[in-house]
Design a protein around this ligand. Structure first.
Ligand SMILES: [Zn+2]
Length: 376
């Protein structure tokens, strides 16, 4: 058993000063209290800073960890897709495994408790089976001319379900088939990452030009927008994780939130957007209080780290208690793990993370040097 005290507990949107949390040897929270005087804290560990529940990384591609530094910044959306195709083959299986192991170990030590992880092959599963992080894997289907059956073997891997890649790379019937394969599990869809995704539906932009050059046809353009497509082709009960949302509009948010009965997880990956295209998650999303925002890192192909704290540093205008809510309990809800992790509550095993480098003069804010590390 350990007793952990700190200056602040930041949990579910609330800042509690002088917390002391008692944790059983198996990580279960036994009590959450407040201390009165520092000298009353016998047999208690004290940490300067703020403690919080372990993070949920709501969008990652662990298997791409070997591409760290391999693709230049600022290639733009289409350039990034091209570059990834060019560099992908140039690494040995051993290099790939070592890169994944290092990324997994670092995420754990920095406080990540669970990851929503996109997979295109089976290279990450051996590592995941030994990791202390909980991985939920999404076997991703993409390709306008591919057969959905191609992802069936991956879907049989542990804690794995099917997902379509996006609203621009999958034909109409394939989207419906993949949703059926997912059988009640959430779909994790790359959504409105660039303006090209909406422009495609009007026959414009770089995606439309690329498809035309290749002679590829899309049979879904009659939906008229990515948001209309999701509402038009997926059942209301479908659980959804929508990733990126740089170009999402007010009308898209309203349409999607009103169509689907489960709260939709709107995932933002600020560092990846800055790396690829200098875009940011849409203000239309960040300024609403009726959306469930989550935080992801994307992969090391488009990021220099898989650190949730580094993602939160880019959200300057968002109060820390709120952005931590996105990075903990909201991510847990997106993965259906909210009864076990995501908040520091009695009976849960959420992990305890220490955040150091918090400025307290004007509300709680992360300083540029802020870091996170796992205590439990
Ligand atoms: Zn992604």
């Amino acid at each position: 058993m350990r007793r952990i005290a700190s200056h602040y507990l930041i949990d579910r949107g609330t800042v509690t000063p002088r917390p002391v949390v008692t944790v059983a040897d198996d990580g279960q929270i036994l009590s959450v209290e407040q201390w009165e005087r520092l000298d009353s804290l016998a047999s208690t560990e004290f940490y300067a800073g703020a403690i919080t529940a372990g993070f949920v990384n709501a969008h990652c591609h662990l298997e791409l960890s070997y591409l760290k530094g391999a693709i230049e910044r600022g290639t733009g959306f289409a350039g990034f897709a091209r570059a990834i195709g060019q560099v992908r083959g140039g690494f040995t299986p051993d290099e790939r495994q070592r890169a994944m192991a290092a990324a997994d170990a670092r995420m754990w030590s920095e406080g990540v408790q669970a990851v929503a992880d996109i997979v295109n092959d089976d290279t990450s599963f051996a590592l995941k089976s030994h990791s202390r992080i909980r991985y939920k894997s999404f076997a991703e289907f993409f390709g306008l001319n591919n057969d959905v059956a191609s992802i069936a073997p991956l879907c049989r891997m542990p804690h794995t379900s099917a997902t379509p890649h996006s609203t621009y790379s999958v034909q109409d019937e394939a989207m419906r088939q993949v949703a059926r394969m997912a059988e009640g599990e959430p779909l994790s869809i790359h959504f409105m990452e660039s303006p090209d995704e909406l422009q495609l539906y009007g026959g414009e932009g770089s995606l439309a030009a690329w498809y035309e050059r290749m002679g590829w046809q899309c049979d879904f353009l009659h939906y008229s927008s990515p948001a209309q497509r999701l509402a038009g082709s997926l059942g209301r009960e479908q659980r959804l994780i929508l990733v990126h949302n740089c170009c999402v509009r007010r009308e898209d948010i309203e349409l999607i939130n009103s169509h689907f009965t489960h709260p939709v997880a709107w995932v933002i990956c600020p560092q990846s957007n800055a790396y690829i295209s200098s875009l940011r998650p849409a203000e239309a999303l960040l300024q609403r209080d009726d959306v469930m925002i989550c935080v992801g890192t994307d992969s090391l192909a488009s990021n220099t780290n898989l650190s949730i704290i580094e993602e939160l540093k880019l959200l300057h205008d968002i109060p820390l208690a709120e952005s931590l809510c996105w990075a903990t309990i909201n991510g847990a809800r997106a993965l259906g793990l909210e009864r076990e992790i995501g908040s520091v509550e009695r009976g849960k095993r959420p992990g305890i993370v220490l955040i150091e480098g918090i400025e307290t003069s004007d509300g709680l804010r992360l300083t540029p040097d802020a870091t996170s590390r796992r205590l439990i």
